[in-house]
Design a protein around this ligand. Structure first.
Ligand code: R5P
Length: 293
């Protein structure tokens, strides 16, 4: 087998290679032309090989997506026997449905379009981790494995969090995920936040369902992007008597005002995984990064 990394997350790709007993990633040249176009070249033969291409399509999402597509194409044209696209973080996953046709007309179904592009470029199989909504898996017409970070996150929480936990879903869409976490955390109780998003990237808490008074609240989400959802939720949990608040999410997108919101002192710890490589300047004292490799 050959394991190649795109430029988004070479740290995780190296961890995966190490776990599989490969001392190094397969060599690839990735560069950018002066006009911004992207160039990739595999630096050894892949003829007859099963090739794994690891790329988190974010930060910047578009460049990393194109780079992945070019890598798939290069493998195909170089006679790889099987090409597996491994997307620890799948960008555009939130554009996953054609919502209320009366209020939101003429939107693109970006998540499906990205799936089409990956298939069309020539991938044989796809591996994704904690994708925003499971229906995206059905957008692919090739075999797909959906894997989960929860065993690694639960292991961290059981070792490092007080046992008086109440697991909190930061919105109704996250209830199934939070419930599954609560089960793994020795059947911890569950609370649910009723969140509304009237504009893109602006979250507002309306109600808290459940009792968090005097307990350690553990907010569980698939991703932290601008940090608005989790910060608003934490405020409401404190107002409702939570003793301390932990935030847990698989994907550390960390855009916009995320770092100010997350490091403001509201959170005891913010626990994420390394599906997205967090740059040094975005690492703050309460941040913990769990390795999923
Ligand atoms: C929403 O449904 C997602 O699960 C996350 O809660 C959301 O995308 C986080 O975004 P932000 O951090 O910008 O509020």
């Amino acid at each position: 087998i050959r394991i190649y990394s795109g430029s988004s997350n070479t740290e995780l790709a190296s961890e995966v290679a190490k776990y599989l007993g490969k001392p190094e990633l397969s060599p690839i040249m990735r560069k950018r032309f002066s006009d911004g176009e992207i160039y990739v070249r595999l630096e050894e033969s892949v003829r007859g090989c099963s090739v794994f291409l690891l790329q988190s399509t974010c930060y910047p999402a578009n460049d990393h997506l194109i780079e992945l597509l070019l890598m798939i194409d290069a493998c195909r044209r170089a006679h790889a026997s099987q090409v597996t696209a491994v997307l620890p973080y799948y960008g555009y996953a939130r554009a996953d449905r054609l919502v209320d046709p009366d209020t939101k007309r003429r939107e693109a179904l970006a998540s499906k379009l990205v799936a089409n592009m990956i298939c069309e470029a020539g991938a044989d199989r796809v591996i994704v981790m904690d994708i925003h909504s499971p229906q995206t898996c059905g957008f692919f017409d090739i075999p797909l494995d959906h894997i989960f970070a929860s065993p690694c996150l639960v292991e961290y929480l059981l070792k490092n969090c007080p046992s008086d936990m109440v697991v909190v879903a930061p919105d109704v869409g996250g209830v199934a995920r939070a419930r599954a976490f609560a089960k793994q955390l020795n059947d911890a109780p569950l609370a649910i936040i009723d969140k509304r998003r009237e504009q893109h990237n602006i979250a507002k808490v309306l109600n808290l369902i459940g009792d968090v008074r005097g307990r350690t609240a553990v907010l569980v989400d698939d991703m932290i992007d601008t940090g608005g959802t989790i910060a608003e939720a934490a405020k409401s949990l404190r107002e409702n008597g939570a003793k301390r608040v932990f935030a847990v999410a698989t994907h550390a997108v960390f855009s916009g005002a995320a770092i100010e919101r997350l490091s403001s002192g509201v959170f005891e710890e913010v626990i994420v995984t390394n599906t997205i490589q967090v740059p040094k300047e975005k690492r703050f004292p309460q941040l913990r990064i769990v390795n999923v490799a």
